[in-house]
Design a protein around this ligand. Structure first.
Ligand SMILES: [Zn+2]
Length: 429
């Protein structure tokens, strides 16, 4: 390395770190579940562990005897607690909704929602569409040791061009914004809309590949999933909901290691407000939701409209198929990245991720499979290199629980504190 460059690198390192002494924290005494594998037999678990964090990143993880704690480290005693990687929602939407109203996109609203996710232990939200410049700026500023809101990754606008030529232009335009994903919808919304034409999504798929940007696809039908996988789509962003998956589709997904987001709560949200949902009485839900929102959702006219909606009926019927397909794909070894499609009105950010995991358990997945799908598995699926697991070099995004999530996945709700880059996520204002 030329001396001049080395000198300026040294200088910039000094300048970057000089004002504050290295910030070292030792999280001591918890049972950690590190998120690196599906842990059915305690393979990723360490009791009485130490996680050592410096400047926001993990520098060592191990049992108390393995990790030396520097004298100047701040010690956080977590005896009797469970420490897991921060949860990743691999299919979110961020910044648009306030209460039950869309159209509120702003920097403030993006940051408010990233705070909300964080308080629920969702330390990363992969926003699959609807992202404006503000979210790109926030994403570009999140690699810092004082971060205390959820991280965001972005797709820009959901593309819906009318022709192959328009498709190429649209992809080029988003590519200029440097997105983490390109997102499209190939769906006729139960026969009520116009599905994107195959030549259009083919043009998008080819152009995305030329830009080397992964393509996330919203689909409903098995045949559309097949066609998009044929075109090298990288993520199936919802469950297949018209019929049970077959071996051919499983083989297609395994061949290119394509993951999917179950988004079971998406279906739920389309019909659950036809009457009062059980979760309206859950304090873990109520603590972050305005009473006015609950009152609106309980209005008899609104409930009746949902009771009589053919769309709601159609999606209600699709949910058991989505659930069965989750089990089939998971058992076949297809990668599952926990994702909810929350952040749309009626899909409550933070709470719905925990509800999603509960629904994944009802679909037959084990707590170990579900926890992995929301931590190391999600990171692997979504290409998030230094997130999702408790390993040296990774950001210290962590959730501290009172109960063991491998006993019951609902124990992810027993949150005592959430840490992002080692920093305690603040309570709501
Ligand atoms: Zn979505």
């Amino acid at each position: 390395m030329p001396g001049k460059i080395l000198f300026s690198l040294l200088l910039s390192t000094l300048l970057a770190t000089a004002p504050v002494a290295a910030d070292t924290r030792a999280f001591v005494g918890a049972t950690i579940i590190d998120g690196t594998a599906i842990d059915e037999g305690g393979s990723t678990m360490t009791e009485d562990a130490v996680v050592l964090v410096r400047d926001g990143r993990i520098v060592a993880v191990g049992s108390r005897s393995e990790v030396e704690i520097p004298g100047d480290a701040e010690r956080i005693d977590l005896t009797g607690r469970y420490l897991i990687p921060g949860l990743i929602n691999a299919h979110a939407h961020v910044g648009d909704v306030r209460g039950l109203e869309s159209g509120h996109y702003s920097e403030d609203n993006v940051l408010r929602q990233l705070g909300l996710y964080a308080r629920y232990g969702i330390t990363t939200a992969v926003s699959l569409g609807g992202d404006e410049d503000e979210a790109f700026v926030i994403r570009d500023a999140q690699e810092r040791s004082d971060l205390d809101h959820a991280r965001i990754f972005v797709a820009g606008p959901v593309l819906n061009p009318g022709s192959p030529e328009a498709a190429r232009i649209a992809v080029d335009r988003v590519a200029d914004m440097n997105p983490d994903y390109i997102k499209i919808r190939v769906d006729d919304f139960l026969g009520r809309g116009q599905k994107m034409a195959p030549e259009v999504y083919e043009a998008i798929a080819v152009r995305s590949m030329e830009h080397d940007i992964p393509l996330a696809v919203h689909i409903f039908y098995l045949e559309d999933a097949r066609a998009l996988l044929e075109l090298n789509a990288d993520l199936i962003a919802h469950s297949i909901r018209d019929q049970h998956v077959d071996q051919a589709l499983i083989d297609q997904m395994l061949a290119r290691d394509v993951c999917f987001n179950p988004t079971l709560t998406r279906e739920l949200s389309t019909f659950v407000y036809a009457e009062e949902p059980d979760f309206f009485s859950d304090p873990f839900f109520r603590r972050e939701v305005d009473d006015a929102v609950i009152e609106t959702l309980l209005e008899p006219d609104r409930q009746r409209a949902m009771q009589e909606s053919p769309m709601a009926e159609g999606f209600r019927a699709a949910l058991p198929i989505a659930r069965a397909n989750l089990k089939l794909l998971s058992d076949a070894g297809v990668g599952v990245a926990m994702g909810t499609d929350s952040g749309v009105a009626g899909r409550f950010q933070g709470y719905f991720e925990h509800l999603e995991m509960e629904m994944m358990a009802e679909a037959g997945l084990t707590p170990a499979e579900i926890l992995y799908s929301a931590t190391g598995g999600a990171a692997r699926c979504m290409g998030l290199e230094d997130l999702g697991t408790l390993e040296a070099g990774h950001w210290a995004d962590m959730v501290i629980l009172r109960e063991n999530p491998l006993d019951d996945i609902r124990n992810t709700r027993s949150i005592e504190q959430v840490r992002i880059a080692g920093n305690r996520v603040p309570d709501a204002d």
